[in-house]
Design a protein around this ligand. Structure first.
Ligand code: BTN
Length: 232
């Protein structure tokens, strides 16, 4: 179901933008938009997402009638981790709320945009597959990686995409407890000091609704991903 129908663009501004347009005009659950290149890829918190042509998976999936599925933003990184680990000898972690890391570097980012009142959401995934170290922009070279760099072997983009579609489908059907368990097993921040605009504390896992729990000056604070931006 996830991945059909599929629209592929050689170049587009943003696959999330294309998928949102399709969703707004009635595209069915599972509709997939992919691109080799984006001219205006979007990240969370208004940031840009950049990837050299043909080196990354740039995809957006329309999901419908996910009802009370509050955990979409957590289910997607779990799916990305499982797909990556099934095609390459890597160990993936998740940096709250949904960055995927290998060896402390970001390999994938996720942007979930939705219209809950219209019953749809778009799951946008950018996954660096075969980007080489020198292809990352200077400002990302120390913090980004690709599957091929991390695994030190070639990785085929079409194979990763197939696995990713399967694992997204599985995670969308998984019970909340399983999603939370899998996410918690991969928590990259647990025990680390984290900082945000209004405070600092030690990360202590996530709540059942996906908020980041932080111990700060003897109190437990819950940070909401929609409102709080962690400082690196
Ligand atoms: C982030 O890390 O801030 C999220 C990055 C999400 C990037 C993907 S690439 C495919 C899809 N289209 C977009 O414009 N953004 C997402």
């Amino acid at each position: 179901m996830i991945g059909r129908p599929r629209v592929h663009h050689r170049v587009t501004d943003s696959t999330n933008e294309r998928a949102r347009e399709l969703a707004a005009t009635g595209a069915p659950h599972g509709t997939l938009v992919t691109a080799d290149e984006q001219s205006a890829g979007r990240g969370r918190q208004g940031r840009a997402w950049v990837a050299p042509p043909g080196r990354a998976i740039l995809m957006s999936v329309v999901v419908r009638d996910f009802g009370e599925h509050q955990l979409l933003p957590l289910a997607v990184p779990v799916a990305v981790c499982e797909a990556c680990e099934s095609v390459a000898p890597v160990a993936c972690k998740i940096k709250w709320p949904n960055d995927v890391w290998i060896d402390g570097r970001k390999v994938a980012g996720i942007l979930v945009e939705g219209r809950p009142q219209e019953g749809w959401a778009v799951l946008g995934i950018g996954l660096n597959v075969s980007t080489t170290e020198d292809e990352f922009p200077d400002e990302l070279r120390d913090t980004a990686t690709s599957l091929a760099v991390a695994a030190n072997q070639p990785v085929d983009r079409a194979t990763v995409l197939d696995r990713l579609l399967e694992s997204v489908e599985q995670q969308l059907e998984a019970p909340a407890a399983d999603i939370l368990g899998a996410w918690r097993d991969r928590d990259a921040l647990e025990g680390q000091t984290v900082r945000w605009r209004d405070g600092e504390g030690v990360a202590a896992g996530i709540s059942d609704s996906g908020a980041l729990v932080v111990e700060s000056n003897g109190t437990r604070v819950e940070l909401d991903a929609g409102e709080v931006h962690l400082l690196r």
